[in-house]
Design a protein around this ligand. Structure first.
Ligand code: PLP
Length: 231
């Protein structure tokens, strides 16, 4: 067995354990393979193992991989997105996880209209209120969502967060719980043009805890491919 398939088996086992512990349904969890810095050969290996949803955090890298892999994968943009780059990905990605400003939402709406297809997006929340991180503040989330729900070519599908890096993943449990509460609050208000179905949180270090607290999209790079080589 290759290391990718072995790693994937471990990840899947951990996902099923987290589901079992928290009484959740395995089928409700979407595993995103995070492929930043990973070459095409290794990405193809993951695709062949049945993981079809891939997350990239940079537009340029996503496009160059899309040129080769195309629609054999479902692409997710998970990193910070600059407004002037929306036009390059609007017809390539299935879900943008990182909408963090009104101006970005406005640009996505404009480009989606031109592309004649509404774009599914998540609102990125800065749940740890870290200065170094992008995202809407938890207390501003509902107002922000109300504002961008006016855009006809944007479908708000849920929330995403990059939790703080912690040694012990249990230390992010409270953050994930806050995210889930925010998600449920907005979900239960049944707002027009808002369909809260995805809660994207949990990475290699803390995805088990994230699932236990209600995540239904987890984003895993290192846990599948091993440590990234940025050189
Ligand atoms: C890199 C990245 C991940 C995956 O991180 P790992 O710790 O390698 O699993 C998840 N989400 C975002 C936004 C990322 O940039």
């Amino acid at each position: 067995m290759s290391s990718i398939s072995e790693n994937l088996e471990k990840v899947k086992y951990n996902i099923s354990e987290a589901c079992r512990k928290s009484g959740r349904n395995l089928d409700d969890i979407l595993l995103l393979g995070v492929t930043k810095t990973i070459d095409i050969e290794r990405i193809n290996e993951l695709l062949n193992l049945g993981v079809k949803n891939l997350g990239e955090n940079k537009v340029q890298e996503l496009i160059s991989k899309y040129d080769i892999i195309g629609d054999n994968a479902d692409w997710h943009l998970i990193g910070h997105l600059q407004r002037n780059k929306v036009k390059y990905i609007i017809d390539k990605v299935k879900l943008i996880h990182s909408v963090d400003s009104f101006e970005l939402a406005e640009e996505i709406n404009k480009r989606a209209l031109k592309n004649n297809k509404a774009m599914d997006i998540l609102v990125e929340i800065n749940i740890g209120a870290e200065e170094s991180k992008n995202g809407i503040k938890p207390e501003d989330t509902e107002k922000f969502i109300d504002k961008i729900s006016e855009f006809e070519y944007i479908n708000v599908c849920g929330l995403m967060t990059v939790a703080p890096y912690v040694e012990n993943p249990q230390n992010n449990r409270r953050c994930f719980e806050q995210m889930h509460n925010l998600f449920v609050d907005i979900h239960d208000k049944n707002k027009d043009n808002i369909n809260m179905k995805f809660l994207s949180m949990g990475m290699t270090n803390d995805y088990s805890v994230a699932i236990e607290q209600g995540a239904n999209i987890i984003r895993i790079g290192t846990g599948i491919f091993g440590a990234r080589n940025y050189s």
